[in-house]
Design a protein around this ligand. Structure first.
Ligand SMILES: [Zn+2]
Length: 402
């Protein structure tokens, strides 16, 4: 795919704003240094970001002798960005200003039996009404929505959501009609939103080759190169959980055998613990069961220690395959299973990786746990809405004039 000057401009714009959100107020000169762009390029972008209402000048910085420098900040008084995380048991909403400060947080409980698109849309409508009430008259710049499963981003379609057995649901159109929305909506799955979150606000900022490994009920990887989310030809990149490690292995949710997910997804971890402990583990309340496993591991209980060792070994096989193909400089482990069991898994994982990762790739590699206290799925969904809004930069400044 060819990069146009517009693409490069947008990429530079993302880079400038990511640094500004991370560390404001600051000057054009500081941003130029942090982004490796010239002061002239940064000044040019900043002028357009100011015209777009995304950035404001907030004062002057006096530096030794020279002219005082203008200080910049994201425009907190501008419109709001909304992130929505739609899942089997909840719909969570967060609204942010452009400094990414949370303006309000809403959660709708969803019953497992509510699996029709209309039922989820009802919850979104209720939640959005509450969000709008919080926002008062503040305009909404865009809404990012994270859905489970496979998503066609351009068409706004839920191609396949295994938890609800949805096939080709035109969710974006349904949502826009149901809520009578006149703002842009950006649909994607949690793998992509969580990676966008890491790029904008997490460990991925400034990292050129990033892999975000999501460990939860399902598993997958989000990839980003040069600060851009990598989607693949049909937004299906990162379905690492369904890479086969043994064709004769255990059955996976996808209907195939021996996928990585069938070894290190939450149900597989709990099943393994049940086998090693010689008693069944309640898989229904899997988050609670996973916490019990983590406590048992801390207490040094034999079956829990052996479960962690076995899972980490299998995870190392999957992560090593990924690292050998992608050669990332950073792998971030995230997802709710990482939140509960990451501390136990990481040292074991790091112990096993050298057995399977090629030397050159290993030397360049860092692996870490996601330590963000913020909900990266929702924040990342809002980041996709922010990226959409920033595309308007090509319509302001010198580009809007003939
Ligand atoms: Zn599978």
């Amino acid at each position: 795919m060819k990069s146009t000057s517009r693409d490069i401009r947008i990429r530079n714009c993302f880079s400038v704003l990511r640094h500004l959100i991370a560390d404001y107020p600051t000057s054009r000169q500081y941003l130029a240094r942090e982004t490796d762009l010239s002061v002239a390029t940064v000044s040019n972008l900043v002028s357009d970001l100011i015209e777009l209402g995304v950035v404001v000048e907030v004062g002057l910085e006096r530096s030794g002798g020279g002219r005082p420098r203008a200080l910049l900040a994201p425009n907190a008084g501008s419109g709001a960005l909304i992130g929505i995380d739609v899942a089997s048991t909840y719909v969570k909403f967060e609204a942010y200003d452009l400094t990414l400060t949370v303006l309000c947080r809403i959660e709708e409980h969803v019953d497992l039996s509510e699996d029709m698109p209309e039922q989820l849309l009802d919850h979104i409508a209720t939640g959005m009404a509450a969000v709008r009430e919080h926002l008062g008259g503040r305009p909404i710049l865009g809404i990012g929505v994270s859905l489970p499963g496979q998503v066609d981003v351009a068409g706004g379609i839920s191609v396949f959501a295994p938890n609800w057995n949805w096939h080709d649901v035109a969710f974006k159109r349904l949502l826009t009609e149901r809520l009578e929305l006149d703002v842009p909506v950006y649909l994607d799955n949690s793998l992509k939103t969580v990676t966008a979150g890491e790029l904008w606000f997490g460990d991925g900022r400034g990292v050129d080759r990033l892999a975000v490994v999501l460990l939860g009920t399902g598993v997958g990887v989000g990839l980003a190169f040069g600060g851009d989310l990598y989607r693949g030809a049909s937004n299906s990149a990162g379905e690492w959980g369904h890479a086969t490690v043994d064709p004769d292995g255990p059955r996976c949710r996808c209907g195939r055998n021996g996928c990585i997910e069938a070894y290190v997804g939450a149900p597989a971890i709990l099943r393994r613990w049940g086998e090693l402990a010689g008693r069944p583990v309640e898989e229904q309340a899997q988050e609670k069961a996973m916490e019990t496993l983590a406590q048992a591991w801390k207490a040094g209980e034999d079956s829990a220690v052996r479960t962690v060792e076995a899972i980490a070994r299998d995870l190392a096989v999957g992560v090593a395959n990924l690292v050998n193909i992608v050669n990332p400089e950073l792998v971030v482990l995230t997802g709710w299973v990482t939140g509960v069991l990451g501390e136990a898994l990481l040292p074991e994982l790091e112990r096993h990786l050298p057995e399977r990762v090629l030397n050159a790739a290993l030397k360049a590699l860092r692996v870490k746990l996601d330590e963000q206290s913020r909900n990266m799925v929702i924040l990342g969904a809002a980041a996709l809405a922010l990226e959409g809004h920033l595309n308007l930069i090509n319509t302001v400044g010198s580009r809007s004039r003939p």
